[in-house]
Design a binder for this molecule. Structure first.
Ligand SMILES: Nc1ncnc2c1ncn2[C@@H]1O[C@H](COP(=O)(O)OP(=O)(O)O)[C@@H](O)[C@H]1O
Ligand SMILES: [Mg+2]
Length: 375
């Protein structure tokens, strides 16, 4: 959702409820906040009085809260509106899907050709113009979800992570295998330019592809764009940089080839509010239990000491339902794909069998969808 779509979404809702749309200054404030701008920047760019722009923001938030019943502030504006938009979509899709289901059910007593015609001519069928069509609504079945449109939810964790990062803390994202850690790390890197209060260059490093700490330093320096170095030279080089360093598969640092030194250096570079590094680390186990060598030396793990732990758990029932509804009406689904609706019984089974684990849910939904269209 870009800033213009966000403005039009909010404006339409307010217009529907109050018969009054937003004014130009409110429009500029929404577009600006969405693009991560400060009130100062918005006022300069739009040649508006700074004080007026600054007062318009909080008034607008109050209006949104009063009319739409959702609490927003400058920092929570974007994720909250995005989440609200998704909820609205799910509701609309659910009602639209039941209409489509009735149409298809009625048509199924006719020939297959006829069914296809009904589907094709349905006004809500996706259009062919999108060149990034997908062949199945429940993909990918494994690996990082790095396409923003395929990445679902994780709004509260994203908010919590940015609050922590903006307060000067580093973050350890802990969760079981395939719960969505890597996908969330990528999303955090994507959103960093608009969500971090002070600008940091996001860098994503997956330790899975790196043999030892020498390769780690090489990869880090390559990404930052500085000559390969480590130790004091690295500290000196990084003084001029402000980075958000996302390290995935951190457990690899417990393997041979990685010493405690690299963790101590990362800690040194990430300590303090204006430090060169702010870290977000993904691992299956809490850092303290991951790095047992520090305990042997009578110390706490250097990274555990500076990272606040955020646990990544399964989706709750409401999120599972929203995910299913959203994917069944996915706009980029092949235009000729037959619209499918999962029955309440199927949904209850998917909730119970997946336990809200995103990958299990994806795989089970994949099978359910396939079974429906094959039968
Ligand atoms: N937010 C999400 N949106 C959509 N699918 C997800 C999400 N999180 C996880 N998945 C599903 O789980 C799979 C594994 O996700 P991944 O991020 O690689 O997990 P982890 O890094 O924890 O092992 C993805 O391929 C996808 O099927
Ligand atoms: Mg991963």
């Amino acid at each position: 959702m870009d800033s213009k779509a966000a403005f039009s979404f909010i404006n339409t809702l307010l217009l529907k409820k109050t018969r009054e749309g937003l004014n130009e200054c409110e429009q500029d404030v929404i577009l600006g906040i969405w693009e991560g701008k400060t009130y100062q920047e918005i006022s300069e760019e739009k040649v508006r009085d700074f004080q007026y722009v600054k007062e318009t923001g909080p008034k607008l938030f109050k209006k949104i809260e009063g009319v739409l019943g959702i609490k927003v502030s400058k920092t929570t504006f974007k994720p909250t509106i995005e989440q609200f938009w998704q909820e609205q979509q799910s509701v609309e899709q659910a009602s639209c899907l039941s209409n489509v289901r009735v149409e298809v059910e009625q048509a199924s007593c006719l020939s297959n050709v006829r069914v296809e015609e009904v589907v094709r001519s349905h006004p809500d069928s996706p259009t062919v113009s999108d060149d990034r069509l997908i062949t199945h609504p429940f993909l990918p079945l494994s690996g990082i979800v790095d396409d923003p449109e395929l990445f679902f939810d994780r709004n509260s964790e994203t908010r919590e992570i940015f609050t922590l990062l903006n307060s000067g803390s580093s973050v350890a994202l802990i969760g079981e295998r395939a719960i969505g850690k890597s996908s969330l790390l990528k999303a955090i890197c994507r959103e960093a330019p608009t969500q971090l209060h002070s600008l940091r260059q996001p860098i994503y490093l997956n330790l899975q592809g790196l043999k030892n700490e020498d390769e780690f330093y090489t990869a880090l320096c390559d990404e930052v764009g500085i000559p390969k170095c480590r130790g004091y030279s690295l500290t000196r080089e990084l003084k001029r940089h402000r980075l958000l360093l996302a390290i995935d598969e951190l457990e690899k640092m417990t393997w041979e080839g990685f010493t405690q030194e690299v963790r101590a250096q990362l800690r040194g570079l990430a300590e303090g509010t204006n430090a060169p590094l702010r870290l977000i680390l993904a691992a299956r186990d809490p850092l303290d239990s991951l790095f047992q060598d520090s305990h042997a030396l009578g110390m706490t793990s250097p990274l555990a000491g500076i990272c606040y732990q955020v646990d990544l758990g399964p989706w709750d029932e409401a999120t599972i339902r929203a995910f299913i509804a959203y994917r069944l009406q996915f706009p980029r689904l092949q235009p000729l794909a037959v619209p499918v609706r999962f029955t309440e019984e199927e949904i209850l089974h998917l909730i119970a069998a997946s336990g809200g684990h995103p990958q299990k849910l994806m795989q089970l939904c994949y099978q359910t969808y396939q079974w429906i269209i094959d039968n």
